[in-house]
Ligand binder design. Structure first.
Ligand SMILES: [Zn+2]
Length: 357
């Protein structure tokens, strides 16, 4: 550490739990963040300010005005320009801390690319908003022995849990076990935030308070800081649940399931890709299509579409146009988000008509 860095991180070095050695470790550490929405921007902001050496940020979406209430790295202009979240976050974090190496990647994490995107990182941070992706992350983390930190927040409550493969319970132990080892009166909230697909309350259906995000992302960031600073023995071995509206905080012991599909039987169904559809719901009133992996030339697509559709706009990262009442956003990897419908059949026919044609 040079004198400039010593001064920059002095308040953290003074903290006895970290000290100079902990700060040195943090500056050399690397992590990958999957999903850069409310939790993701908050945890990335905290870790990059704390001096995390390298951070890869993977996100599939773009900034919208309704994000700004809680996604703390983004500004009005990012929403106006429809910048991908991974790119907007990378730019902002670089300005926040010149020491950090930040790489934003605009992509979904899928069974096919999980290894390419996640391998080589010492910690995986959950910033996702759905359990299909979280269970995929859990499968990848458990199969490759990489620790990860699960986090979720919705409404006024949230949960987070540090998962050390083969040491602690994994997410499948928590979600796929009927009793789940969770038996306190926070169980209802934790269960609501940790419900299996199909029963999820989401930020798009019941909303979310930015304060709930701040608390859970901070607990997640503290755990990440301990791990990345080499203080593994100080990690919390409990699921932390809080409700900022009711002012209730609890930590809950989650037992490992000796018959867990993932960490005991090593049956990695999500990583095997059997459960990853090419069409997925993507927030309220939109559908994502990722049917074929071919590169699209956005400039060429724009020229082709301009006579036929309204308000075609494109930047370096995406192309957007309107086919009232729908709005389509197309990424160079062929992925599309169709807004204005929840019907996969409509989304598929729009995709076929305008993109596959
Ligand atoms: Zn397990």
């Amino acid at each position: 550490m040079d004198p400039r860095q010593y001064e920059k991180y002095s308040r953290q070095i003074l903290f006895a739990g970290l000290g100079e050695a902990g700060q040195e470790s943090l500056l050399r550490a690397n992590a990958v963040l999957v999903g850069c929405g409310a939790l993701g921007t908050t945890v990335a902001n905290l870790l990059v300010r704390a001096g995390l050496g390298r951070l890869r940020i993977i996100d599939r979406y773009f900034v919208e005005p309704s994000n700004l209430q809680r996604q703390t790295l983004f500004e009005e202009t990012d929403a106006r320009d429809a910048l991908p979240k991974a790119i907007a976050a990378e730019r902002r974090l670089r300005a926040i801390n010149f020491d950090a190496a930040i790489a934003g990647i605009v992509s979904d994490v899928t069974p096919e690319n999980a290894e390419d995107l996640l391998a080589g990182h010492s910690l995986i941070l959950d910033g996702t908003d759905n359990f299909a992706t979280r269970l995929l992350l859990n499968d990848y983390a458990v199969s490759s022995g990489i620790p990860w930190i699960y986090a979720a927040a919705v409404s006024s409550y949230g949960v987070t849990m540090t998962i050390l493969p083969q040491e602690t319970a994994c997410l499948a132990c928590l979600l796929e076990t009927s009793s789940a080892g969770v038996e306190t009166d926070a169980a209802m909230d934790a269960a609501a935030a940790a419900a299996p697909a199909g029963f999820e309350a989401t930020c798009d259906t019941v909303g979310v308070l930015n304060a709930a995000i701040g608390v859970i992302a901070s607990v997640q960031a503290a755990e990440a800081t301990k791990f990345l600073a080499g203080k593994r023995e100080t990690l919390n071995d409990r699921l932390v649940a809080c409700d900022v509206w009711k002012g209730r905080f609890q930590s809950i012991r989650v037992a490992r399931n000796p018959d867990c599909r993932a960490c005991a039987r090593r049956n990695f169904t999500y990583l095997a890709g059997k459960s990853q559809p090419h069409i997925s719901m993507c927030g309220r009133d939109s559908v994502q299509i990722h049917e074929h992996r071919r590169r699209l030339d956005l400039g060429e697509l724009r020229a082709r579409l301009a006579p036929a559709v309204a308000e075609v706009r494109h930047n370096d990262f995406l192309l957007r146009f309107r086919v009232p009442p729908y709005e389509m956003t197309i990424f160079p990897d062929g992925r599309a988000i169709i807004k204005g419908t929840q019907d996969p059949a409509i989304a598929r026919s729009l995709y076929a008509r305008y993109i596959s044609a």
